[in-house]
Structure formats: C-alpha cells, structure tokens
Design a protein around this ligand. Structure first.
Ligand code: SF4
Length: 294
C-alpha cells in the first residue's frame, strides 16, 4: 500500500453542477481584453480570479482595480498578490475614466488593493478616480468597493468628498470566522467603516456590503451578521459562494445550494435591505447595475 503523503494538501472537492461555467471567447470579450491592455488597467475580475470573468467581460463590464495589483494584506480567501506595492500612477484616474467612456458603462465599480503603506490608504487616489470618471461620463452611477482604510475618518471622508452613489465595503464573513479569513481587518472595524460612510456623507449615499458563504458559518451566525449590517444602516447586500482560488487558500467547507441562497435573500429583504443579490455566483460587483438609484 502506498504511504500517505502528509505534505500533500487534500484534493479539492468537485464543483456542484450549479457552479460549473462555460468559458466562451467572444469578440466582445476580446474587445474588453484589448481595451484594458491598451490602457494598462487592472481588474479585480482577473486579479481575484472571479468565476464571472467571462460573462461580465463578454457583456462589456469589468470592475477596475486601482492603486496597483499588489496588496499589502494577505486574506485567506483572496487571490490578489500580496507584495510590496509600486508607487501610485498619477494618470491612472484618467485611464479609468477613458476606459469607462469607451466601454459606455452606465454603472462603474471601482475597487482597490489595500494600501496600508500609504498614509491615507489610497483614499485620495479613489477621490481623484471618481472625479475623473464623472467628468468624462456625466450621469454615470459610481460605485466604490473600498478597503477598511483602518477606519480612518479623514480617509473615508476623502472618498465621500467625491460623492460616489454607492459606498461598498465587504464584511466578507461572520464574526467568529473573521480572524481566520481576513488579514488585519476586523469585523467591528468593517461595521464602523459602513456606519461612518452613512454618517459622514453630505448627500444621501447607499452603503453596500457582501458576505461569502461556504466558509463554515452557521445560519444563526449569518443572520447575526445581516442584523449587524442593518444596525449600521447598510442598504444593499450581496451573498455569494466562496470558491477556493488555489490550494494555498482556505478550503470550501460547504457548497450552499441555490435554494438556500434564495431563502437567505428573502430573509435579508425582510430585514430591510433595499436591494439583495443572493446566489452561488454572486460577487460584490456581479450585475451591480441591476440596482437602480431611487
Ligand atoms: S462579478 Fe465583478 S469581479 Fe467578477 S467578473 Fe464580474 S465585474 Fe469582474
């Protein structure tokens, strides 16, 4: 009998049918690819190995990732590279604006790596990017998906000064699992960031957050997290299945069925979220344009 190799990680479980995706390469996918290459832009679609990459790019949408593609944190679920980041590129806001214009986006999602090396965590760069996008694309809906900025009021304020319509910051998981899933971030700090965004915004703003399921959370813990999000005034919620990007990342504990996602979505609506996207393939920015500003 062959000896068991304890150094080998366990094989990844087979994906259930509802998570299998076809990978078409269409002309519109190639157009998105070449535009992003030409403008030297990063997307979280690629960097985080998003399973919706093909669908979204074929539709001509993408989520821009500013401030480089090297993150100062190393979360157990995330495929973005952890390394010492490069300096910010002063013309990146303009390039994001140009891409948004050429892609004719009506709703843009802009995110960034965590830049703990910068005093403001990259908040000013967010502000400049939002302003550049709005200047070239009047009427566009602007959604930002921000890191926690270490809960700094000036940093959160800098982003809010540019008046994004939607301020998204992910809670990612339930309280108990946060220390093992996220690096440096804390559950309460994330709730605080969302609460501050509501309180500090001059005009009405929609706050949004997302939780990955399948990391070992219980239903009770999930509902507590949803309640905590409502307590800080969070309006929009995304619930999606966690998928292990590589064998070095946290394993999937459960493939949550589409029926359960539906049930959780209904429960969240009853709790008062004004818009909920809940399904195995849902990610923070997946079909983000389906939320219409009132
Ligand atoms: S869901 Fe978001 S991150 Fe994933 S491919 Fe679509 S736009 Fe990109």
């Amino acid at each position: 009998m062959a000896a068991l190799n304890l150094a080998e990680p366990p094989p990844r479980p087979r994906l259930p049918e509802w998570l299998r995706i076809r990978l078409p390469t269409t002309e519109s996918f190639a157009r998105t690819r070449s535009l992003l290459d030409e403008l030297k832009l990063h997307t979280v679609c690629e960097s985080a190995r998003c399973p919706n990459h093909f669908e979204c790019w074929t539709k001509g949408t993408a989520t821009f990732m500013i401030a480089g593609d090297r993150c100062t944190r190393a979360c157990g679920f995330c495929a973005v590279t952890t390394a010492k980041p490069f300096a910010l590129e002063a013309d990146e806001p303009q390039r994001v604006a140009e891409a948004t214009h050429r892609m004719r986006l009506k709703h843009v999602v802009i995110t960034a790596v965590a830049r703990d090396d910068l005093k403001d965590g990259g908040a000013e760069h967010f502000r400049r990017t939002i302003e550049a996008v709005r200047a070239l694309n009047p009427g566009i809906v602007l959604e930002v998906l921000v890191p926690d900025f270490n809960d700094s009021d000036p940093a959160i304020n800098a982003v809010l000064l540019a008046k994004p319509h939607i301020f998204n910051h992910n809670l990612e998981t339930v309280r108990r699992l946060t220390p093992s899933v996220r690096s440096r971030a804390t559950y309460d700090r994330s709730l605080s960031v969302l609460q501050k965004a509501k309180a500090l915004a001059v005009d009405a703003i929609h706050t949004k957050s997302g939780i990955m399921l399948g990391l070992g959370e219980t239903e009770v813990e999930l509902f507590e997290a949803l309640q905590d999000l409502r307590r800080v005034g969070c309006d929009i919620l995304t619930l999606g299945q966690y998928l292990q990007p590589t064998l070095k990342h946290l394993p999937v504990k459960e493939f949550v069925t589409p029926e359960k996602f539906q049930k959780y979505g209904e429960r969240a609506r009853e709790m008062g979220f004004v818009h909920v996207a809940s399904g195995p393939m849902v990610r923070s920015s997946y079909h983000a344009d389906e939320f219409h500003l009132p």
